[in-house]
Design a protein around this ligand. Structure first.
Ligand code: ADP
Ligand code: MG
Length: 348
């Protein structure tokens, strides 16, 4: 499939651990004054002065979270960083540093790790973060990659999941369901390839959704925009597991209920058409799909005029008293309780 045809294969054993770390990290430049010491000592040293520090970590495991038969390593490196930065933005914070830890088997040549780190480097440049350390070890099975992201936020600007109030508006950035449908297309093409290895997949009609799956972005722009508009969300979360389960997190932690309007859920036309092709309900995909990395947040009604003309935002519902429960209001105006189906990883 999207295989790397690069023929050069330098075994990792030719370098040894220290030369490997040095080789992979030598291009990274420190960008933040808060990074006093990055890669190269026993620990990094940071100085955030009067800022609050946020920290988040994620572990990605081959064949659980990614499939290298259609995930190019460069994209994997990029995505592993993005999923963490998204969590930092969801706190209304700005990411500043990352660490990257990998466990690799010797089936990976040096060139494969160079690709992985090229993706990591691209993400650090686009999102303006410093690579300040990590760990490197061997694995007897698949590839593991763990990224930790550190960010800063001015005191009082941090946004938690637990601040939503009844009557607050529920708002989402971007559109939903694309990453999940991109995955469905890639899985389908993988099955076709298994049966007929000479087949050439035509992914061109699916560019948008395949990119949503393979090369997601974190909504740095939304955090800036909200700040520029002088809107501080009352609660916020990033959408990694599907709209439904994220809404439930906000509601449960805030002690509120919610009405979500099916007709308001933002869907890209490409998602609608591929849902028709796969005969899947697009609302179900938006509710349970996951990996969109959009931001879901609540704002008080008085902030509505500040966001209402902005195409980046869609008001999809409003919060209620906890006793009202959490519901999807369908197009036919019936009410269905929201369920947290969550993401696929624990369905194995
Ligand atoms: P230690 O033995 O003290 O754990 P290492 O030899 O593992 O030290 O790491 C040396 C330096 O290289 C440290 O700064 C560490 O954070 C960094 N480092 C190790 N592995 C990676 C990696 N995969 N990516 C980025 N930095 C790394
Ligand atoms: Mg180490």
């Amino acid at each position: 499939m999207i295989e790397d045809k690069n023929q050069e294969r330098t075994p990792l054993s030719h370098l040894g651990e220290f030369a490997l770390i040095e080789h992979l990290t030598k291009n990274f430049r420190i960008k933040h004054t808060s990074t006093l010491k990055g890669v190269g000592d026993d620990a990094a040293v940071l100085d955030f002065k009067n800022k609050k520090v946020v920290l988040t970590t994620d572990l990605l495991v081959e064949s659980v979270h990614f499939d290298l038969s259609y995930m190019p390593l460069k994209h994997l490196g990029y995505k592993a960083v993005i999923v963490n930065l998204s969590d930092v933005y969801a706190m209304n914070a700005t990411p500043t540093q990352i660490t990257v830890s990998i466990a690799v088997s010797n089936r990976f040549p040096l060139e494969a790790l160079e690709d992985l780190y090229a993706g990591i480097e691209t993400a650090t440049n686009i999102y303006n973060v410093d690579l300040i350390g990590g760990d490197t070890t061997s694995s007897n099975t698949g590839l593991l990659i763990s990224v930790t992201a550190i960010g800063e936020v001015e005191e009082g600007k941090e946004v938690y999941r637990d601040g939503a109030k009844p009557n607050d508006l529920l708002v989402v950035s971007g559109d939903l369901g694309g990453a999940y449908m991109g995955l469905q297309v890639l899985e389908r093409e993988k099955e076709v390839y298994k049966v007929n290895p000479s087949s050439q997949p035509d992914l061109e009609p699916y560019t948008y959704i395949v990119e949503r799956q393979l090369k997601p972005e974190a909504r740095k722009d939304i955090v800036k925009l909200l700040n520029d508009l002088d809107v501080k969300p009352t609660s916020m979360i990033d959408i990694s597991d599907g709209l439904s389960s994220e809404i439930i997190h906000l509601c449960k932690q805030s002690g509120v209920g919610c009405d979500l309007y099916e007709e308001k859920i933002p869907l890209d036309p490409a998602v609608i058409s591929v849902c028709e092709e796969f005969n899947i309900d697009s609302t179900t995909v938006a509710l349970n799909g996951g990996e969109d990395y959009e931001l879901l947040f609540t704002i008080s009604q008085e902030d509505f005029p500040k966001i209402k003309a902005n195409p980046n935002f869609t008001v999809i519902g409003f919060m209620k008293e906890a006793e009202s429960g959490m519901h999807l209001v369908t197009r036919s105006e019936s009410k269905i309780p929201l369920k947290a189906q969550g993401w696929k990883n624990f369905n194995v």
